[in-house]
Design a binder for this molecule. Structure first.
Ligand SMILES: [Fe+2]
Ligand SMILES: [Fe+2]
Length: 338
């Protein structure tokens, strides 16, 4: 018991120091005043790297330790009742510290934290294109071009719907590649040079595109069915391709990203011409991309398009590494490349 208390005091001292240093004005506070009176919320915060375009200094995270106290009660309620409530909500010691934005308002998202948000480098060259020269490159290029035909027929110029549906596919390659590299790392007892993290980051970034688009467009029942079928087919196909030829898999994704840039450019054209209403940006997008409060759909599509251009670079680069007969871990992993 004494050892327990002593440990909590040491952690508390460490945490107070770390929390004060947590950067960029994001504050970590006890979960609630009432809870703080009945429990000790010990926040162990690591400073987080800002990602203002280009490579970030580091990714940060916060973890916390919570210890129950049996000695106090809040607002005159019986201790037993308080403890029962506390145990029911945090039996495993898991509760979220209160996180606030720079302006002091509550951070409403659980799916990402302030240190995972970033400002996209929108100055990235959108026109870059990998000219297919080898048979595999041409195969990848024409596969993507052919896949585009039914997509164009189905969606035509319904770019909101099109983007939402395509993001359900776009988030697959990073997850498959990251997963296979992860398993390889386990099998071979070797490091991956950061590529697992980089590819999983891409998958997560694509999923955030989807979470943003779904705020704007609600999928209809038949579109949900289509996603089920396409995901089943695409995941398995991409999994096999990545096992057989990662250089082909990354090239396919590189070309998919080039098509995504094209689609978002068309989307922007329709927004700017007034064909699509330039509505207010969803709140999730404002926080994720650190956009101004008055941001609009045009701003959101602009940053998503820039993300796609970064994914294009990452995947063509990964394919080129394989083409040189090298392993990905021998090349700089594009962690936080936005
Ligand atoms: Fe995307
Ligand atoms: Fe992408």
């Amino acid at each position: 018991m004494y050892r327990h208390v002593a440990r909590s005091v040491i952690r508390g001292l460490l945490v107070n120091g770390s929390a004060r240093q947590a950067g960029a004005g994001i504050r970590l506070l006890p979960a609630s005043t009432a809870a703080a009176r009945t429990t000790d919320h010990l926040l162990l915060a690591r400073p987080f790297g800002r990602m203002d375009g280009g490579f970030p200094s580091s990714l940060g995270a916060a973890s916390y330790l919570r210890m129950l106290s049996s000695s106090s009660s809040s607002e005159g309620k019986p201790v037993a009742e308080e403890e029962k409530k506390a145990v029911a909500s945090s039996y495993w010691g898991i509760s979220r510290p209160k996180v606030t934005r720079e302006d002091g308002t509550d951070w409403p998202w659980n799916c990402f934290m302030p240190w995972e948000s970033y400002r996209t480098d929108t100055s990235i060259d959108l026109t870059k294109h990998h000219v297919p020269k080898t048979f595999l490159d041409k195969f990848a290029y024409w596969t993507v071009k052919i896949l585009r035909i039914p997509t164009d027929i189905f969606f035509q110029r319904r770019y909101g719907c099109r983007a939402m549906m395509l993001e359900t596919v776009a988030a697959v390659p990073g997850m498959v590649g990251g997963m296979l590299l992860h398993l390889r790392s386990l099998r071979k007892f070797e490091q991956t040079g950061g590529w697992v993290k980089a590819l999983l980051e891409e998958a997560e970034n694509e999923r955030m595109h989807l979470m943003t688009m779904v705020e704007l467009v609600q999928p209809k029942w038949y579109e949900r069915m289509l996603v089920l079928i396409v995901q089943g087919l695409f995941f398995n196909a991409y999994f096999v391709i990545y096992l057989v030829s990662p250089k082909l898999a990354h090239r396919v994704t590189g070309y998919l990203e080039e098509e995504a840039i094209h689609s978002y450019t068309e989307y922007l054209k329709d927004i700017r011409s007034g064909k699509i209403e330039n509505v207010k940006a969803p709140a999730i997008a404002i926080d994720y991309w650190r956009l101004p409060k008055e941001a609009t759909l045009e701003d959101v599509i602009t940053v998503i398009r820039a993300d796609e251009a970064h994914h294009r670079d990452v995947n063509h680069f990964a394919s080129d590494v394989h083409y040189q007969g090298k392993k990905l871990k021998e090349a700089p992993a594009p962690i936080g490349y936005h």
